[in-house]
Design a protein. Structure first.
Length: 105
């Protein structure tokens, strides 16, 4: 008889109102805290309140930070270039969403 393997998956459920910590971002992106600070310094992600020592970020920062880390690593480019690419990709997404209702009959 074949042995059945069971895996337990864990995850996060976030919505647009959820805030995440810098530690959440480091775990999600598999990076050190310093990398998240660099992303903030470059303007790629922005904490909700920069004056507070315990930075909290909007949940959208999870995907943006993850994309930034992958772009930097995969394309071997600096964070300034990553910021420009992310802004352009988001602008394309906005334009496509704006055109989508116009295309439907």
């Amino acid at each position: 008889m074949a042995e059945t393997k069971h895996e337990i998956l864990t995850g996060w459920v976030v919505d647009e109102y959820t805030e995440v910590t810098i530690d959440d971002l480091t775990r999600f992106c598999s990076v050190r805290r310093e990398k998240i600070v660099e992303l903030v310094s470059e303007g790629i992600i922005e904490p909700v309140d920069r004056t507070n020592q315990d930075w909290r970020f909007p949940s959208q920062s999870l995907s943006r930070a993850g994309r930034a880390v992958r772009l930097e690593s995969d394309l071997e480019i600096n964070l300034h270039a990553v910021a420009v690419i992310l802004d352009l990709l988001e602008q394309i997404d906005r334009l496509q969403r704006a055109q989508a209702p116009a295309r439907e009959p």
